[in-house]
Design a protein around this ligand. Sequence first.
Ligand code: F6R
Length: 365
Amino acid sequence: EKAGYDHFMLKEIFEQPKAIRDTLAGRIKDGVVDLAQDISFTEEDLKGIDKIHFVACGTAYHAGLMGKSVVEKLVRIPVEVDVASEYRYRDPIITPSTLVVVVSQSGETADTLAALREAKKAGAKVLGITNVVGSSVSREADQVLMTWAGPEIAVASTKAYTSQLIAIYLFSLHLARVRGSLDAAELKAYTTALLNLPEQAQTILEEADAIRPFAEGIAKHDNLFFIGRGLDYAVVMEGSLKLKEISYIHSEAYAAGELKHGTLALIEDDIPVIALATQKAVFEKMVSNIIEVKARGAHVLGIGLQGDTELGKSVDETLTIPETLPLLTPVLAVIPLQLLSYYASVARGLNVDKPRNLAKSVTVE
Ligand code: F6R
């Protein structure tokens, strides 16, 4: 059932073009996103939303972090993102005009479900984004937007994450159309770029083997850093979680500009730093941050955009991903990071699909 792959995780990484395609299918018509088949919030409901809370755990929380940037940019509604186990206990300000978006692959995570129930009790509208038809989230949320990633068996989430990103783009573009925050040309540009993502993801996967030597280098270390700015910061948080989870290598994900406020003290000779630099708006700043860690002896793997000739000048090694619209880049940028964790785990001889101490679905609080 691994279809010739050594592990479910690798199979699921390679299923991402299909997962993305299936999650987009039928939801884009003539250059606009139409989710009328999926969710029945009225236009009035959607126009009345004055803030959005994303609530989730782990990898799904990282999808929510990306969602904050995307919704705020495209729809101009303020967004907060919480891990579910914190949200419940911090007395968040929830009103009937709050939309709470609960993101959960399994739809059964105990803390996420409890947060969903709290939000409903407080009178918020609740949108569930889940991968499992008939799951508790799908039954209890007011409206549901399914991700169509197919069953995810490996404990480490991969295709569910990229599908969650897609669902969040779709919902944001649906909202942007209804609320008029984007014009037709902008909507068209986003939908066209979304539809190109499966093919672009495929080209990264075709070069997957090229990532193996980097991963084997990293596998010899016990500590490393991921850095990024803007959306790249949200993506490196996910990359760092994945690496910890399946390779047991300690890593921290840092907003690159924040390093010099303390953590730079940990950068010493030969420490690997994975620098994600796909966001043109902050590219120059990112390069300065790379130079800061290089000057302290770090060995930097830069991940940038194809065609960029600058990044290579300030890093030790470079990987590239195809270019898309900046807000959509996380879907592609996470793939080399997933592969890096996968090959590092394999290099260390670990149980990739069933890492120690972890369960696929966390049904305890
Ligand atoms: C990490 C991972 C976990 C889950 C988290 C939430 O690879 O898989 O962090 O993302 O336990 O699970 P769901 O999405 O099922 O609520």
